[in-house]
Design a protein around this ligand. Structure first.
Ligand SMILES: NC(=O)c1ccc[n+]([C@@H]2O[C@H](COP(=O)([O-])OP(=O)(O)OC[C@H]3O[C@@H](n4cnc5c(N)ncnc54)[C@H](O)[C@@H]3O)[C@@H](O)[C@H]2O)c1
Length: 258
């Protein structure tokens, strides 16, 4: 039990990587707040956390709304008394021919994937500074380490997460707060179903083919599971990672090397 007595917030934990992370945190002894745009999935994850004997608290929120971010922090403090861990996991993707990307699409991706990461981090760090302790983990991607032709806004947002992580790690180190990022590869979630559909349609490929082709290029020879990512988040959230800050770690089966 690596997170006994800790309390965590995992944004976008209604499904996918966020859900796997919230459940793994609970199995390691943490109580978890589950903010998500979708209340039904948030309640589902919170219920599964409760079934593990931990406190699981559902919350409907939009990470791009400042008032929702304040409500998220207030709810966590009311329910747990403190916040030890924040995982900025909520994110979206969009597959577009770069020449057709609109300003509204660019703004939406940057707002959820980058701007909200910073303002959630800032709001939670205010609480962590009071206790001179905490861990903040941000969702980057292998698309935050190297560009992709059909994902220009997504790549820009995930590169931004690396910059936010490094800057915040330096600013918050003197307060005992560690900040790191995680860069997954091709993870078996709804997000990759969408990428497969949209990218396949742009290239005239049948459903499933983009995903199969990309997974065939993974050196470890299989698709990544949400639990593969959750394991890295759990390690980085634990005291075992107490000397690690300002880093971005790839967890991608060898697909991206840097
Ligand atoms: N799936 C992958 O292959 C992959 C690879 C690298 C990085 N990532 C990143 O990991 C994170 C999770 O990805 P996933 O595959 O689990 O995605 P997903 O689409 O399966 O789940 C995302 C969750 O975030 C929630 N969400 C979306 N917008 C929100 C908002 N404005 N406010 C609150 N919640 C919101 C959704 O409701 C959903 O529950 C994302 O940041 C993603 O960019 C995913």
């Amino acid at each position: 039990m690596r997170l006994t007595g800790k309390s965590a917030i995992v944004t976008g934990a209604g499904r996918g990587i966020g859900k796997a992370t919230a459940l793994q945190f609970a199995r390691e002894g943490a109580d978890v707040l589950v903010p998500d745009l979708d209340l039904a999935t948030s309640e589902q994850t919170a219920g599964e956390i409760q079934a593990l004997g931990r406190k699981g608290v559902p919350l409907r929120m939009d990470v791009t709304r400042m008032a929702d971010i304040q409500r998220m922090v207030k709810t966590a403090i009311r329910e747990f008394g403190k916040i030890d861990i924040l995982v900025n996991n909520a994110g979206i993707t969009l597959v577009r021919d770069m020449m057709k990307l609109t300003e509204a699409e660019w703004d939406r991706t940057m707002s959820i994937n980058a701007k909200a990461v910073f303002f959630c981090l800032q709001a939670v760090a205010r609480e962590m500074i009071k206790r001179q302790s905490g861990v903040i983990l941000n969702a980057s991607s292998i698309s935050g380490r190297a560009g992709k032709p059909m994902l220009v806004d997504y790549c820009a947002s995930k590169f931004a997460v690396v910059g936010i992580t490094q800057s915040a790690a330096l600013a918050l180190a003197r307060h005992g707060i560690r900040v790191n990022a995680v860069a997954p590869g091709i993870v078996d979630t709804e997000m990759w179903e969408q990428i497969d559909r949209e990218w396949g349609a742009l290239e005239g490929k049948p459903p499933g083919e983009m995903k199969r082709t990309r997974v065939a290029a993974v050196p470890l020879g299989r698709i990544e599971t949400p639990e593969d990512v959750a394991s890295l988040y759990t390690f980085l959230a634990s005291d075992e990672a107490g000397y690690i800050t300002g880093q971005t770690y790839n967890v991608c089966g060898g697909l991206q090397l840097n």
